[in-house]
Design a binder for this molecule. Structure first.
Ligand code: WQD
Length: 342
C-alpha cells in the first residue's frame, strides 16, 4: 500500500520536482495549488516524467473548508510537504498583509487539520533567509536567526516558530524544517522547470531569459562587495538534488520513530559561487553568451551566504550531487523548451 502524501503548491517550481521524486520513490501524491503562480499544465509534465498523474485539487489553502474537503475526499494522507506560499521578497515589502495572510494561514490550517485526519508529519519549506547576513560562512543550523529583512523572510521565521510551538503544545505530529539556500536549474528532461510570471526577480531565470534574447541585458547588482570578484556569493543548489532531500526527509519522518519531533536541516551544496562565477559557469556549459553589465547594489541583498550541509549529509544521508555546469545546461534546456512553446 503506497503512503499518500499531500504536496501543497505542487505545481510550483520546487513542488513539481519534489512530486516527481516522491512518485519515483513509490509515494502516492495529492497536489493542491491555487495556480496563482503556476500552471495546471505542470501536471502533464510530472506525468510525462514519472509515468504517474498525481491527484490535483485546484484550491486555496487559506480556506480551511477547502482543505478539510480535500482530506475527506482523499483519506489516508500520512504526510504533508508545504510549499504553498508567496515567495517574492520585493513584492512582500509592497504587500505584507498578502504575505502574512497567505503564508501563515495556509500553515495554520494544515496544522489544525493534521490530528483530525491522522496526518503524522509535515515537511516545511523554509529558507536560509532566516539567517539574514551571517556572521561567518559556511553556516550551520546552530547559527543565530537574525531579524527578518522582509515580510517574506519574516513569514518563514514565524512559520518555524508556529510549528515549534504547536508541537510543544502536545500536538501529535512531527515536523522537519528544510532551510533551502538558492534553488536553481530544471529537470534534465526539460519537461518541468521554473516558470516565473512577469519579470524574473531571481538570478537564474533572468539569466536564461537574457541568453534567450527575451531580456536585453542582465544587470549584476553590484561588484563592490567584500568578495573575491566583488559580486555577491550564494549557495546555488540544483532543484532535483533539493527535491530528493524532501523524499528522504519524508521517509525519515514517517518511518523513524526515535527522531526529535522537530528537526532542522540546511540544504545547500556547501560551495559559495559569485554572480559573475555563475554567469561564467552558464557560458562555459552552454557556449551561449549572457550580455551583462555591472549595476547598482539591490536593496536588501546580503553579501555572502553558503551552507555547511554536514548535518543533512550525516543525519539524512543526503548530499547535493549536481555539477553546476550540468545545472546550468539543464536550466538552458528548459528555457529553450519554454521559448519554443511560446
Ligand atoms: C541571487 C544573487 C542578487 C538578479 C531570494 C530569497 C530566498 C529564496 C531565493 C525564494 C543576488 C543577484 C539577481 C539579477 C543579480 N526565496 N542578482 N541580478 O536574493 O539570494 O534569494 O530568492 O525563492 O529566500 O531571499 O536570490 O536569485 O534574487 O539573487 O545580480 O537580475 O543574484 O543580487 O546576489 P536571493 P536571487
Amino acid at each position: 500500500m503506497k503512503e499518500k502524501i499531500l504536496v501543497t503548491g505542487g505545481t510550483g517550481y520546487i513542488g513539481s520536482h519534489t512530486t516527481v521524486e516522491l512518485q519515483n520513490a513509490g509515494y502516492e501524491v495529492v497536489i493542491i495549488d491555487n495556480l496563482s503562480n503556476s500552471n495546471e499544465s505542470v501536471i502533464d509534465g510530472i506525468e510525462a516524467i514519472s509515468g504517474i498523474r498525481p491527484v490535483f485539487v485546484k484550491g486555496d489553502c487559506t480556506d480551511i473548508n477547502t482543505l478539510r474537503k480535500l482530506f475527506e475526499d482523499n483519506p489516508g494522507i500520512k504526510g504533508i510537504i508545504n510549499f504553498a506560499a508567496s515567495k517574492a521578497v520585493g513584492e512582500s515589502v509592497q504587500k505584507p498583509l498578502l504575505y502574512y495572510r497567505n503564508n501563515l494561514n495556509t500553515l495554520i490550517n494544515l496544522l489544525e487539520l493534521m490530528p483530525e485526519f491522522g496526518v503524522k508529519g509535515i515537511v516545511f519549506s523554509s529558507s536560509c533567509t532566516v539567517y539574514g547576513e551571517p556572521d561567518q560562512n559556511p553556516i550551520d543550523e546552530t547559527a543565530p536567526i537574525k531579524p527578518a529583512t522582509s515580510p517574506y523572510g519574516n513569514t518563514k521565521q514565524i512559520s518555524e516558530e508556529i510549528i515549534e510551538d504547536y508541537v510543544k503544545s502536545g500536538a501529535p505530529i512531527k515536523s522537519i524544517l528544510l532551510r533551502y539556500f538558492n534553488p536553481i536549474g530544471a529537470h534534465p528532461s526539460a519537461l518541468i522547470g521554473e516558470l516565473p510570471l512577469g519579470v524574473p526577480q531571481n538570478l537564474v531565470p533572468y539569466l536564461t531569459q537574457t541568453a534567450a534574447g527575451i531580456r536585453k541585458e542582465l544587470t549584476v547588482f553590484g561588484d563592490d562587495y567584500n568578495t573575491p570578484d566583488g559580486s555577491c556569493i550564494r549557495d546555488y543548489i540544483d532543484v532535483v538534488d533539493l527535491a530528493k532531500a524532501h523524499v528522504i526527509a519524508m521517509k525519515r519522518m514517517l518511518e523513524n520513530n526515535d527522531t526529535d519531533s522537530v528537526e532542522i536541516f540546511n540544504l545547500g551544496t556547501g560551495n559559495g559561487l559569485s554572480v559573475l562565477q555563475l554567469i561564467n559557469a552558464f557560458e562555459e556549459a552552454t557556449g551561449v553568451p549572457v550580455p551583462h553589465k555591472i549595476g547598482e547594489r539591490r536593496a536588501g541583498d546580503i553579501e555572502k551566504i553558503w551552507a555547511d550541509p554536514k548535518k543533512a549529509n550525516e543525519v539524512l544521508g543526503w548530499k547535493a550531487q549536481a555539477d553546476i555546469k550540468d545545472t546550468m545546461a539543464n536550466a538552458w534546456k528548459w528555457q529553450c523548451h519554454v521559448t519554443e512553446k511560446k
